[in-house]
Design a protein around this ligand. Structure first.
Ligand code: ZN
Length: 416
């Protein structure tokens, strides 16, 4: 009997097939809860034919493929087929298709019945691109999802999330039932493109991911005094923009004290915002991230203190209001070690790095399920864009490394 072994080239070919099916000249168009997304999911289902698997959609629209093993304990592998509008060809779907390839290898090697149960999940609406709520399906699975806050969200055409979900055959009220899929989940692995420039700059194809960074996201408003730009002497101004501008520069040194911290002022609005007036009010947004909760808290406190100082210097006042925050989610230490080993065995060299972007794996880890992620290099560090790309040899290495990691994780599950 010929045992089919892992075929990473097939994963690359399938990703190209998916791109041709659900993309256009502007990139991937698999926005969650749209027809193109459903097409992608149907296409994925067609790939299951001939494999000894069961599949179903849970109450929150996550798609589960199960290869039953000798043990009920389950090794989960996943990603997301949904994309942002005009997205790339790898974000999310690399994880799903590589996971399927690993499942196929388990099925072939163990004649349809591996020692542990292997499950592949395609999470619903990871991107949150349409309704502004990321990690929707995985947080329903994890039980961290509060329905009331999200049901009334609307997209740019005025469609409610609740209605978009219903159109695809799901009931928003029943999302928490997805939590039943946690049963027997013993470990979760997720392969994803890095979406940043670090690995390319280091010349590395793969890395083990330490965890996802915590985020502090705040609105900061400086209040000064609107005044005539011609008649108000420079030393008598209360220029709200000047205070904000000082803060925009200061956050670089606040972040710069730590190896992996990032701080971003992504939006600045001035009022009245005309050429002939000193800025009386300036609204800015601040996004701070780090994997270490203490560092994150320190950076938040430093930014607040700096804003007070600059407000005072410019004769202004400042107020803060929280937009959103999430704690750092470190991945499981044993799985992290396995991930590093798998990367080293495949690529000859390994690296550990935190993830700035959030991922479904963070929700799984928050549910108490041991989880880890693997990154593969992104060319030019670009993602959420049609030019998103990764060398094919790196994609193939990534599939091989995920497969090695899956073997190690499966053995570990059996020993518990
Ligand atoms: Zn993604």
């Amino acid at each position: 009997m010929i045992v089919m072994s892992l075929d990473p080239k097939r994963t690359v070919a399938e990703l190209k097939e998916l791109r041709a099916l659900t993309g256009d000249d502007n990139g991937s168009q698999r926005l969650a809860w749209t027809d193109r997304w459903l097409t992608a999911r149907e296409w994925f289902t067609s790939k299951l034919q001939g494999h000894p698997v069961e599949h179903h959609y849970d109450a929150a629209a996550n798609h589960w493929v199960t290869l039953r093993g000798e043990s009920e304990k389950a090794l989960l592998l996943g990603g997301h087929l949904d994309s942002v509008p005009n997205g790339g060809w790898l974000d999310g779907c690399l994880g799903v298709m590589a996971s399927l390839e690993v499942l196929r290898r388990f099925a072939a090697e163990y004649n349809g019945r591996p020692p542990v149960t292997v499950r592949v999940v395609d999470w619903a609406d990871e991107e949150g691109a349409r309704f502004g709520r990321s990690l929707l399906g995985s947080s329903a699975f994890a039980g961290t999802h509060s329905l009331e806050a999200d049901r009334g969200r609307i997209d740019k055409d005025g469609t409610r999330l609740e209605d978009a979900v219903a159109r695809c055959g799901y009931h928003f009220d029943r999302f928490p039932e997805a939590g039943s899929e946690r049963k027997n989940a013993a470990a979760y692995l997720e392969l994803h493109i890095e979406q940043g420039p670090v690995l390319e700059r280091m010349g590395l194809p793969l890395a083990a991911v330490l965890g996802t960074k915590g985020v502090e996201r705040h609105a900061i408003t400086f209040h000064g005094q609107e005044a005539h730009s011609g008649s108000t002497p420079m030393n008598q101004r209360r220029d709200a923009l000047a205070a904000a501008a000082k803060l925009a520069l200061e956050i670089r040194s606040i972040a710069g004290k730590h190896a992996d911290s990032v701080c971003t002022i992504g939006s600045v609005k001035t009022f009245p915002g005309i050429v002939t007036a000193v800025v009386g009010r300036c609204e800015a947004t601040l996004d701070q991230r780090d994997l270490d909760a203490r560092i994150l808290a320190a950076m938040y406190a430093e930014a607040q203190a700096a804003s007070q100082k600059f407000a005072k210097e410019e004769n202004c006042t400042v107020e803060w209001s929280k937009i959103w925050n999430i704690e750092p989610v470190p991945f499981h230490p044993t799985l992290l070690e396995f991930c590093e080993e798998a990367v080293r065995e495949t690529a000859g060299v390994s690296h550990r790095m935190p993830s700035g972007p959030l991922h479904d794996a963070a929700e799984v880890a928050r549910a108490g399920i041991p989880a880890v992620m693997m990154f593969t290099q992104s060319l030019k560090g670009i993602s959420h864009n049609k030019i998103e790309d990764t060398k094919e040899e790196h994609l193939e290495m990534a599939v091989a490394a995920l497969d090695r990691l899956a073997t190690k994780a499966a053995q570990w599950i059996l020993k518990q």
